[in-house]
Design a protein around this ligand. Sequence first.
Ligand code: 5MM
Length: 337
Amino acid sequence: MNKQALETIAQAMVTDGKGILAADESTGTIKKRFDSINVDSTEDNRRDYREMLFRTEDAMREHISGVILFDETLRQKAADGTPLAQVIADTGALPGIKVDAGAKPMAGHDGEMVTEGLDGLRDRLNEYHALGAKFAKWRAVINIADGLPSAACLAANTHALARYAALCQEAEIVPIVEPEVIMDGTHTVERCYEVTTAALTSLYEQLGQQGVHLEGTILKPNMVVSGTENSVQAGLEQVAEMTLDCFHKCVPEAVPGIVFLSGGQSDHDATAHLDAMNKIGGLPWKLSFSYGRALQAAPLKAWGGKAENTATAQAAFAHRAKMNGLAARGAWSADME
Ligand code: 5MM
């Protein structure tokens, strides 16, 4: 393992005022996104849409440190023949790759999922490294419901995350570890805190057992929020304080950065929560974003599958990237929206 190389990449991923664009929607997920704007999910449309984002020059240069890609995108070329990974690298951002094979129903555990993809991962990582990937992502899905998550679900998912992370580091690829506690449900914010604490505690135990070099990793967690169907929703300050309290207890200081997922939060909430945490400050890790929907919902809608909307869609993406870049410094305010 080349620890120095891993640390250099991890630090670059959390450069001040920058965060990550999660553009790694799998084929099923991108189809859902395109369905919402009545656009066919063809290979060319996926390429055009993503190329449009990656060619939003100022936003990419100033606010995006890396882009998570799906396998198809890492192999795709822009309309002018330039590999999309090169288009990203030319802006100074790092290309990354989603390497999990998706969350599948967990045998014997109704309502729970376990993420697959370890078989053959070593070979795939070596290929991705040769294709220019500097970091990778693996997402575990943890549902909250009556009696869930089970200890078995947490153990299986965090064990897989740790084995994935060890394989990444062997291939000189920085692993983003993403144990996502899902927002859907009627649960309270306190229950989300408990489950997030249990997931992160288990994750760092497993990463330790597998000998993962924490300085060469990035954590991609959920924030501690109320279940979407609970009539009582925690406010901005409570979310910020409970999330930070949980991380101070669970996330070792050796971890260089925490980049949040947006998880279905509104664009405004995802930005406001990140900003509020950075305003509290006094943190041992960088705190930034790795948003999918909270960066892409606005440009996707503005684009609508029409080339003539490119400039408007790029402006929408640039705006969200700028707002989240400010939030990553604790320098955002609602009137900037
Ligand atoms: C962009 O979506 C990612 C891929 O999802 P699927 O494997 O389900 O297609 C997803 O992992 C994403 O990176 C995270 O959930 C963060 O995205 P959000 O939209 O929650 O910020």
